[in-house]
Design a protein around this ligand. Structure first.
Ligand code: ZN
Length: 278
């Protein structure tokens, strides 16, 4: 475990809860209100965030809650129609009975999860935040032996409210992973899923060599798999997990849920390469 250097502090967390309807999340809050549970659900989510944020894993706890809201806020499993923008992928458009496992951040390095994944030869795509993952990059290369290690920024800012140099959040990860692992990332997952459709994010990412903005349509958290619409997994579902202490059991849960639906885990890299822009 490393000491997080990311801006995951409580002030940031409070700010996110108190201004809980940035543009990209409004559809979700509106949908909740339509069901008559907007206020209570948001309050519950915020209370849960504050309650579970611990010094050991503040970022993990924060992001899981934010991610769960983001899943519902961004239901469209489509590629971006704007040709000037990078594809934004929530779910891979495929008829194959497959799902994809993606694991974010990199604060905790579970040997059990790594060994299990390698033994089962399960493709895992790691989205690493350099500030916490650097120094442990071999771990991510190993757990993603049948997948790849991709870009989750230098210090994990929320792009929708970040007005620093976006390239300095994206390009150094590209260079560092290329230097240490020999492969340059081409997928970016914006922290919290924030700003995934912003033109300035796409421009910066593209200039750093990113080809796909990768989101998700399902989350495994605390022993439970949740999809954006409350339905079953779909063909092409992208499942989000985090590098936490329970990663092995969470990976097993995801694999088991997929198999129960006749779906198998495939390598995201294989499918996105086939659909990348020409
Ligand atoms: Zn993250």
């Amino acid at each position: 475990m490393t000491s997080p250097r990311m801006p995951f502090g409580k002030r940031r967390l409070n700010g996110r809860c108190e201004s809980q309807t940035p543009a990209e999340w409004r559809p979700f809050s509106q949908r909740l209100r339509g069901r008559g549970m907007g206020t209570s659900m948001v309050a519950l989510a915020c209370a849960a965030i504050l309650a579970i944020a611990t010094p050991a894993l503040p970022g993990h706890a924060h992001e899981v809650r934010a991610d769960l809201r983001q899943v519902a806020a961004e239901p469209a499993p489509l590629l971006s129609p704007a040709s000037s923008m990078l594809p934004v992928v929530y779910r891979v458009n495929t008829d194959d009975p497959v799902v994809f496992l993606t694991v974010d951040d990199g604060i905790v390095h579970s040997r059990e999860a790594r060994d299990w994944v390698r033994r089962k030869k399960i493709p895992v795509t790691s989205f690493v935040t350099l500030n916490v993952a650097d120094g442990h990059l071999r771990y991510f290369a190993k757990i993603s032996k049948h997948g790849s290690v991709q870009n989750h920024t230098v210090s994990h800012p929320a792009f929708d409210t970040y007005y620093g140099d976006l390239r300095r959040q994206i390009c150094p990860v590209q260079d560092r992973l290329a230097d240490r692992l020999g492969t340059r990332p081409w997928m970016l997952r914006p922290p919290y899923g924030a700003g995934a459709r912003l033109a300035r994010v796409h421009a910066a990412a593209s200039s750093c060599g990113i080809r796909h903005i990768v989101m998700w349509d399902a989350v495994v958290d605390r022993g439970r798999l949740t999809t954006w619409n409350g339905q079953r997994l779909s063909r092409g579902s992208i499942i989000l997990l985090h590098f936490g202490p329970n990663l092995k059991s969470e990976l097993r849960l995801a694999v088991k849920a997929a198999r129960a639906q006749g779906l198998k885990v495939a390598a995201l890299e294989d499918y996105l390469r086939a659909t990348k822009r020409t």
